[in-house]
Design a protein around this ligand. Structure first.
Ligand SMILES: O=C(CO)[C@@H](O)[C@H](O)COP(=O)(O)O
Ligand SMILES: [Fe+2]
Length: 220
């Protein structure tokens, strides 16, 4: 099974994003957290910033929308060239229609679930998505601790993805470090977002390699 390691630039230096994107060029995607101060109690940046990051990033962008009304706003991120656009199930009015629209625009379509959101309603719809993001912290802030109670949801999704026969990426986001990545990989995650553990390291490239090696050692 392929795996991906996506550093979150939420933990980068916002005054030096081009420099920090260069520091993670050995990663698969740069994870970009969009927060609107409504869906989550924090605010980051929006479409204009993503358009510019897209122009200077050495690796493709994995956009995570923590915003209200993604049905209206998500296609704009596909339009500026984000490789993947993930919106929250709790915020979308018509998740399937939105995912189809994102795919038509050439982006990978992702659906995200907060720690307390059950996955069962989505298990029959998995083929509509290219990736599913299981939040392993409450969305809104970096630097929180991994919530181990999310592991059964990851296991359930891994089984359902396997049954579906589709190549759907299973992403975890929040509190991922060299210890917690073992549990997430063991439960079946194959795509790992890590913010503070990568950018808090003296050498982000070495941390990316260490996280990859840890995940590979516990591959499902
Ligand atoms: O979406 C989010 C937070 O809501 C994440 O992408 C964070 O940026 C992850 O940060 P760490 O927990 O790895 O510090
Ligand atoms: Fe995120």
């Amino acid at each position: 099974m392929d795996m991906r390691l996506n550093p979150s630039i939420l933990a980068a230096d916002f005054a030096n994003l081009e420099r920090d994107l260069a520091r993670i060029s050995s990663a698969d995607f740069a994870h970009v957290d969009i927060m609107d101060n409504h869906f989550v109690p924090n605010l980051t940046f929006g479409l204009g910033m993503v358009e510019r990051l897209q122009q200077v990033s050495p690796i493709p962008l994995d956009v995570h929308l923590m915003i209200d009304d993604p049905d209206r706003w998500a296609p704009g991120y596909a339009e500026v060239g984000a490789a993947s656009v993930t919106f929250h199930a709790e915020a979308a009015t018509d998740a399937v229609a939105l995912a189809r629209r994102l795919r038509d625009m050439g982006a990978r379509a992702g659906i995200a679930l907060k720690p307390g959101t059950p996955v069962e309603p989505y298990l029959e719809l998995l083929q509509e998505f290219d990736q599913v993001l299981v939040m392993t912290v409450e969305p809104g802030f970096g630097g929180q601790s991994f919530i181990a109670e999310t592991l059964p949801k990851i296991e359930l999704l891994r089984s359902a993805i396997r049954r579906s026969g589709h190549d759907i990426w299973l992403q975890v986001d929040g509190g991922i470090n060299e210890e917690t990545i073992l549990a997430a990989a063991g439960a079946g995650a194959d795509t790992f977002v890590a913010g503070s553990s990568v950018f808090g390291a003296d050498h982000p490239a070495d941390k990316i390699a260490a996280l990859r090696a840890a995940a590979a050692s516990h591959r499902h």
